[in-house]
Design a protein around this ligand. Sequence first.
Ligand SMILES: Cc1cc2nc3c(=O)[nH]c(=O)nc-3n(C[C@H](O)[C@H](O)[C@H](O)COP(=O)(O)O)c2cc1C
Length: 340
Amino acid sequence: MKSYDPFSIKDLELKNRIVMPPMCMYSAPDSVPTDFHYLHYCARALGGVGLIIVEATGVLPEGRISDNDLGLWRDDQIPPLAKLVKMVHDQGAKIGIQLNHAGRKCGAAAKRIYGPSALNYSDDGRYQDPAEMTEEDIAHVTDAFASAAGRALEAGFDVVEIHGAHGYLLSQFLSPLSNVRKDSYGGSPSNRSRLLREVTDGVRSRWPENKPLFLRVSASDYSDGGVTPEGMAEMLKESLEGLDVVHVSSGGVTPVPPPVYPGYQISFAELIKKECFVPTIAVGLISTIEMVEEILGNQRADLVALGRELLRNPFFPLMEARRMGVELPWPEQYKRAFSR
Ligand SMILES: Cc1cc2nc3c(=O)[nH]c(=O)nc-3n(C[C@H](O)[C@H](O)[C@H](O)COP(=O)(O)O)c2cc1C
């Protein structure tokens, strides 16, 4: 079964192709992992997942989605994350971290929030009105992503994932619905993707070449005039320098909910893989090992992420392997789980 085949890219070797995607737990009041986080991530490592990508982690305090997000804007945030990395490694999984700036969707306490343009995400009063970012703001954010990547390296992470999806700051720049700038960061697809390239370059200056760098994107805004999968593939073609894997999601730039059904984003991952010649991760309502096999067997993506399924069932990878007759080593301590 392909699901349990290894995957390697740069110096990263995964024992299988099942990924836990980033999922905010909104449980870090001091911006560092709590006991809950250690248990939560280690449970999935014990359950046999190949790669865990830690939840959206703010590169700046005003870049958080909520007051309870993890953060990496200070050096004292490194040791608690280094502890998490070691604990997950000790249980046999690899671990990455998603670096994020929420932009106009900052729901944390902040004096001033900002985005590509002075356009609120919604008119329900959920978010402050954002300021249009100045060139100094842009440089500040780029530096913050780079510094956070340096801290992620010190913490020992195997992967950094840049969050360019779900209507957060980089995604806001990529979409013409949230970016109406008149300068070199707005207008053409090439201009809208400029900040992404600058952030990637900044991150790469602190994140060594031998370590893979992932990017998560929203391949569709599901709205007229917004990003389409074909348009995203075009933007990526000129923005992939320094990036190794694209994690393909959708939605979040506007309050329009994605039309969901099992595997609703797989075709986007497939298109980007084929058009851009880049390994992709498929994600979105994938909840059976048969779906994972279909995606990998038909080369529609290289890795498959299961979010809510892994929340429900941390032992999905080991249990499904057993059900399918694939012999995998269980944690030594659990050897008697199947004895009479
Ligand atoms: C509780 C929860 C928190 C999430 N937080 C994040 C996040 O921090 N970053 C991100 O890119 N996506 C986030 N997502 C989206 C998931 O990574 C995933 O793309 C989505 O749940 C669809 O996959 P699934 O149907 O397998 O759950 C979150 C989803 C859930 C359910």
